[in-house]
Design a binder for this molecule. Structure first.
Ligand code: ARG
Length: 469
């Protein structure tokens, strides 16, 4: 006699009920319940195909569809009772379906296994995430490009080693991130394209003897085609790894931009302001305005990279095909993708709120001898000096300026001529930061006219929904 308390989905040959801890370690319902919409959508497509191919009756398929719709409503309204004893979302839904429609529910699992079912549900979840990231990043790019256009002429110091290097424009700096987020969109799009094959119908691992139509379910669920190999279909999670990898890379971009906002907001820099909407105060220091949102966006990469690393560790060394190890694919992936999405949205909000302080930026751009390269270039261009020699002469002039506590543009001509007698007053035309940025008209350079053109071109492309090219 079968033990009545054994699992009713697979307990036929079991005499004892599972240990309490077995139930606990085995259950995924605590986190895979978010797959309910995908599970129900997949089951409806499967049932419709089973009826279409004559594997089950049309009336059973109708009952199944009706029952599944009701379950979707119960879940959406928070009335569904999830049970840990039923392990996962697949068995929770099927068990409720049995309560609702009786024996017809038992026909839904014909020519299917939880192995292809979970591969399908998880893939659709990750696919939806990749699509939503594309839209969200497009919005972030648009916000950045709009800001860049508004501030194409605002001069700020460009940095290397976080030391003032050469003056650039704020718009140019923002457009650098538009490029990065454009490549991130490309990575999500590539991953989405590769994952867009339907594993449903691979069944447990070997396919099925039923005359199913896998192209029909693939099409009904928005896939390009069915997967080609049943073993691969249930065994791999590379689609999730790819999206996590793309999210990790993108989160490093978010993190760097966040770090810059944090730095720019310090009173020492004072380059930008964020309103009350994106900052918090201190409970003890009344003067504080803290960039918490930026700090959190800076940190989110940690859990996203950890999820990528974690899933890599779960998958490595697993023999084909499915192993229960793979149930560990979901919780951290859900968390990482959810947090990535919040970070992109928060960054979009911050950028739109961000107000540059042009005087502070301009003052900082003029300090630190940031036009020294322009002076060296002038020596090369006007005196036909080899660049290495020009570099050396400029270095001596910078030392002169430093000793006198002056900016390069304030240094008397005679002081420069002491280092190189052929220097004329024409040199002053290149020593201002305005002329410095204006002169950098090379392809991809920081000249305000370039930046304006680029920002407009991005806004046009983004209007058409394109991420690049
Ligand atoms: N909850 C399982 C998972 O997430 C579903 C697949 C279970 N398949 C099995 N043969 N035990 O991986």
């Amino acid at each position: 006699m079968t033990n009545k308390s054994a699992n009713k989905m697979w307990g036929g040959r079991f005499e004892m009920s599972p240990d309490e801890l077995m139930v606990r370690i085995n259950a995924s319902i605590g986190f895979d319940r978010v797959l309910a919409p995908q599970d129900i959508r997949g089951s409806k497509a499967h049932a419709a195909m089973l009826a279409e191919t004559g594997i089950i009756s049309k009336s059973d398929a109708r009952e199944i569809a009706k029952g599944l719709d009701q379950i979707a409503v119960e879940i959406a309204e928070g009335k569904f009772k999830f049970s840990e004893a039923l392990e996962d979302i697949h068995m929770n839904v099927e068990s409720r379906l049995t309560e609702l429609i009786g024996p017809a529910a038992g026909r839904l699992h014909t020519a299917r296994s939880r192995n292809d079912q979970v591969a399908l549900d998880f893939r659709m979840y990750v696919r939806d995430a990749a699509s939503s990231f594309d839209l969200a990043l497009g919005e972030l790019q648009r916000t950045l490009a709009q800001k860049a256009l508004e501030h194409a002429h605002v001069i700020m110091p460009g940095f290397t080693h976080l030391q003032p290097a050469q003056p650039v424009t704020f718009g140019h700096h923002l457009l650098a991130y538009v490029e990065m987020f454009g490549r991130d969109r490309g990575r999500f799009a590539d991953a989405r394209k590769r994952m867009n094959e339907c594993p449903l119908g691979a069944a447990a691992l070997a396919g099925t003897s039923f005359p199913i139509d896998r192209s029909e379910t693939a099409k009904a669920l928005g896939f390009e085609r069915p997967t080609a190999n049943s073993l691969d279909s249930v065994a791999d999670r590379d689609f999730a790894l790819e999206v996590l990898a793309a999210a990790t890379i993108s989160a490093t971009h978010l993190s760097r931009l966040s770090e810059e906002i944090v730095i720019w907001m310090t009173p020492q820099f004072g380059f930008v302001k964020l309103s009350d909407k994106w900052t918090t105060g201190s409970s003890i220091m009344p003067q504080k305005r803290n960039p918490d949102a930026a700090e959190l966006c800076r940190a989110k990469v940690a859990r996203i990279a950890a999820a990528f690393q974690g899933l890599t560790m779960v998958m490595k060394g697993l023999p084909l095909t499915y192993s229960k190890d793979m149930q560990e694919d979901k919780e951290t992936t859900f968390d990482a993708l959810e947090n990535y999405s919040v970070a992109v949205a928060a960054m979009t909000g911050m950028i739109s709120d961000l107000e540059p302080m042009p005087e502070r930026m301009r003052a900082a751009a003029g300090s630190g001898y940031s036009t020294a390269t322009d002076l060296a270039d002038w020596l090369v261009r006007t005196l036909k000096m080899p660049f290495r020699e020009a570099h050396h002469v400029t270095g001596s002039i910078v030392r002169q300026a430093e000793q006198r506590g002056l900016e390069l543009s304030e240094l008397p001509l005679e002081a420069m001529q002491a280092e190189e007698k052929r220097i004329t007053k024409d040199v002053f035309t290149v020593l201002s930061v305005e002329n410095s940025v204006k002169s950098r008209k090379s392809h991809g350079g920081t000249a305000p006219q370039n930046v304006t053109k680029m920002a407009k071109s991005w806004l046009r492309r983004l209007e058409k929904g394109r991420s690049s090219g």
